[in-house]
Design a protein around this ligand. Structure first.
Ligand SMILES: Nc1nc2c(ncn2[C@@H]2O[C@H](COP(=O)(O)OP(=O)(O)OP(=O)(O)O)[C@@H](O)[C@H]2O)c(=O)[nH]1
Ligand SMILES: [Mg+2]
Length: 213
């Protein structure tokens, strides 16, 4: 396991360098099945018009999500992991090699729906976001601490379902803060669009900082 992770880390470092060489901001979204990862990407693609976005879609099977991304207006690169519960850096590299990186501003990567395995495998993206949603319950940071500790951002999705759920948002954000005090936090709803503007602004700012560095 140590060897596998070591090889993956080396490949992730190469991906990171390749992204830096082309001024591409990359963000990896990790979260349980159905938390809304693809819905977030659709919303961002539809709303964030200033940047050229490309998407890598990681799934165990099907190209359903890649088709949704293309319908939303961005080029998508599907990776079917053939049963594996996470993406790894070499898979992402193979997708990057097929992509016009020089013509890409923002690379969004949807990891396989899972809160455990993806946390162990760096992909080379500058930011990893863990996505959690109201119906999953407010205890997810406690139960899946590695996912929250190793992420630079947290997105809490499906805010529109708060009236129908006993979800304690204060408890959720407290737990997140204890695990990773520096993570940037967004509370959003893909159904109503709440919080999407703030997320798009943050992505734009990060991209500007990258290109002005
Ligand atoms: N009520 C509500 N439903 C949402 C929201 N965001 C997404 N959904 C719904 O949640 C379901 C799953 O959304 P997806 O975007 O496919 O979730 P995912 O995380 O990409 O799922 P996997 O790719 O299977 O891991 C869909 O039925 C969405 O319409 C939201 O903000 N509020
Ligand atoms: Mg999806």
């Amino acid at each position: 396991m140590t060897n596998i992770l070591g090889d993956n880390d080396a490949a992730a470092q190469q991906n990171r360098q390749l992204l830096a060489d082309h001024n591409v901001l990359a963000v990896d979204l990790m979260g349980s099945p159905g938390c809304g990862k693809t819905s977030i990407l659709e919303r961002v693609i539809q709303q964030l018009k200033g940047l050229t976005i490309r998407v890598i879609e990681g799934d165990v099977a099907t190209a359903n999500d890649a088709e949704r991304i293309e319908a939303a207006g961005a080029e998508a690169f599907q990776i079917n992991t053939g049963g594996m519960c996470h993406l790894n850096a070499p898979m992402v590299r193979r997708a990057m090699d097929k992509m016009d990186l020089a013509g890409t501003d923002l690379l969004l990567i949807e990891n396989v729906g899972n809160l455990v395995c993806p946390a162990a495998f760096k992909l080379g993206a500058q930011y990893r976001f863990v996505v959690s949603s109201i119906p999953e319950g407010d205890d997810k940071p406690e139960k899946y601490p590695v996912a929250f500790r190793t992420s630079q951002g947290v997105i809490l999705n499906k805010l529109d379902l708060i009236p129908h759920s006993p979800f304690d948002t204060e408890k959720f954000w407290d737990l997140c803060g204890q695990l990773q005090p520096h993570a940037v936090q967004f509370a959003i709803s893909c159904t109503t669009g709440a919080g999407i503007t703030e997320l798009c602004q943050w992505l734009t700012e990060q991209h500007s900082q990258l290109t002005s560095a």
